[in-house]
Design a protein around this ligand. Structure first.
Ligand SMILES: *Cc1c(COP(=O)(O)O)cnc(C)c1O
Length: 390
């Protein structure tokens, strides 16, 4: 019988060794040995399953991949040294010169840079759609379009995209749907259920959840993963065994951690919404969120990120950050430690104001990744920083 999410997260393990260890060991080995010449020949010929070299496969990566596949309802996967390694390798393995992709405009900054700065070199073209204009996607699809690419919820504006609708469009035009599911984690949302062919994660965020490692993973359809595997075992963006081991351990507690992140984030969002120095708050599980009912349908809870607008624009936003005492000013998210950023002056400062507006970023917008400190202390810090922001 199929086990529940939490059980798979804890119980998916590689085979025990002769020592009968309870927790999986770390396999810090670059290569593996063979019984004899025939064993070696057959392994290299891929007539049998046998680890050869850790750039191709390693027991720790295998455990991590198998676990994420069970969590996402995916057939197979490959683990990468960072989220961007997963994003790049997925495109590089599946796209050719002359191909075209249709992508949401609201995507991770480095993914946008990949499309705009490097794809033109390989003659891969892209068209963007706005998150509130899914009805315009079909007009962007051309004969050479190979995939639709999207993130939901988006960063940093936490907008929610209708994955069922994206899946329907992809199937109708016989193209792939690839979803970066990093903000939601497989615990809150499983894009394959809505028609995605591939799901990408930065394991750096909530999957590790403790701000220790960079990691990435792509899971989904077996034939597509096979292509990604063939590309990656040659080019080498592979996840290290140690980080794979850490990630697999982290996933054992993903459900309880994410539950608390979401509980704290909702409390923070409600506090901010009621505060007189706050212009507006965006959080997928607040009734005031423009896609609230869609978020409720698609996600189990709202995630760890809350975006809000301090009254007084850019200056107030910066003063707010300068007044923060307990929380961290840092570029990461999905950490146990709550993190505050001001996208307009940092991560998204290179965008023009039109581009910022297109991705829902305003000058006074502050993004909080709500962590696992006691929610009272998080709110106390935000409260005093808001009082000092004007
Ligand atoms: C962080 C992030 C990435 C990139 O992951 P890295 O591990 O930093 O390379 C990709 N997509 C989203 C949505 C992210 O938040």
């Amino acid at each position: 019988m199929k086990k529940k999410f939490e059980t798979e997260a804890v119980r998916t393990q590689i085979k025990r060794t002769e020592f009968q260890e309870h927790s999986s060991p770390v396999y810090l080995t670059s290569s593996f040995v063979f019984e004899d010449a025939e064993d070696m020949r057959a392994s290299f010929a891929e007539e049998k399953e046998h680890n050869i070299y850790s750039r191709y496969s390693n027991p720790n990566s295998e455990e991590f991949i198998e676990k994420v596949c069970k969590m996402e309802g995916a057939e197979h996967g490959f683990a990468f040294s960072s989220g961007m390694a997963a994003v790049f390798s997925t495109f590089a393995a599946l796209l050719e010169s002359g191909d075209h992709i249709v992508s949401s405009r609201s995507i991770f900054g480095s993914t946008h840079s990949l499309f705009t700065q490097f794809f033109p070199r390989w003659k891969i073209d892209h068209s963007y759609f706005m998150i509130n204009r899914l009805d315009e996607i079909e007009a962007l699809i051309r004969p050479e379009t190979k995939m639709i690419y999207a993130e939901s919820p988006t960063n940093p504006a936490v907008d929610v995209l209708d994955l069922t609708e994206l899946g329907r469009i992809a199937r109708k035009h016989n193209i792939l749907l690839v979803v970066d599911n990093c903000f939601a984690t497989p615990y809150l949302q499983q894009p394959i259920r809505f028609g995605a062919d591939l799901v990408i994660h930065s394991g750096t965020k909530l999957m590790d959840g403790q701000g220790r490692v960079l990691a990435g993973i792509t899971v989904g359809n077996k034939e597509l993963i096979e292509k990604i595997y063939r590309f990656s075992r040659i080019t080498g963006p592979t996840l290290s065994p140690f980080n794979a081991w850490l990630l697999s351990k982290s996933l054992e507690t993903l459900a309880v951690r994410v539950d608390r992140h979401c509980e704290n984030a909702l409390a923070v969002a409600r506090f901010l919404e009621a505060h007189p120095s706050v212009e507006r708050v965006k959080y997928p599980f607040l009734k005031s969120h423009p896609q609230y009912s869609l978020a409720k349908k698609q996600m189990k809870a709202g995630g760890c990120v809350v975006a809000f607008e301090v009254k007084g624009g850019l200056q107030a936003g910066r003063r707010f950050l300068d007044s923060i005492r307990t929380l961290s000013l840092s570029a990461n998210l999905g950490d146990t430690r709550s993190i505050v950023t001001h996208p307009a002056s940092t991560t998204h400062s290179k965008l023009s104001s039109t581009e910022r507006a297109e991705t829902g970023i305003t000058d006074g917008m502050v993004r909080i990744s709500v962590g696992l400190e006691h929610v009272d202390d998080i709110i106390t810090d935000l409260k005093q920083a808001l009082e000092n922001s004007h």
